[in-house]
Design a protein around this ligand. Structure first.
Ligand code: ZN
Length: 100
């Protein structure tokens, strides 16, 4: 199942745009990131040249950052990483892919 995020997604009622490809991929690679979440811009950037599983995991990871920021849960990076890995494992078994 493909979940198309190219028109963005809502987190806590806020619309986040999801951008990837070309310059976005280059910018992320320069910083050695797979993806980033910018709260004030309400923007999630994803390097879509990575493998499918890396893209899927990165999308979940950045959505968790957006949720964490919006709901002020104050999760640490290591907690975000572990929850993202767990959710990724669950979504993989259902063949869920994020289109970015
Ligand atoms: Zn992170």
């Amino acid at each position: 199942m493909n979940i198309d995020l190219r028109n963005g997604l809502k987190v806590g009622g806020h619309v986040y745009s999801v951008k990837s490809g070309g310059v976005v991929n280059e910018r992320l690679k320069e910083g050695e990131y797979y993806a980033r979440c910018y709260y004030s811009e309400r923007e999630i950037l994803v390097d879509n040249s990575r493998t499918r599983s890396v893209v899927n995991n990165s999308v979940i990871h950045e959505i968790l950052h957006a949720i964490d920021n919006n709901f002020d849960t104050k999760l640490r990076e290591s907690q975000i990483k572990r929850i993202a890995n767990g959710l990724h494992q669950v979504t993989e078994q259902f063949g869920i892919n994020f289109k970015v």
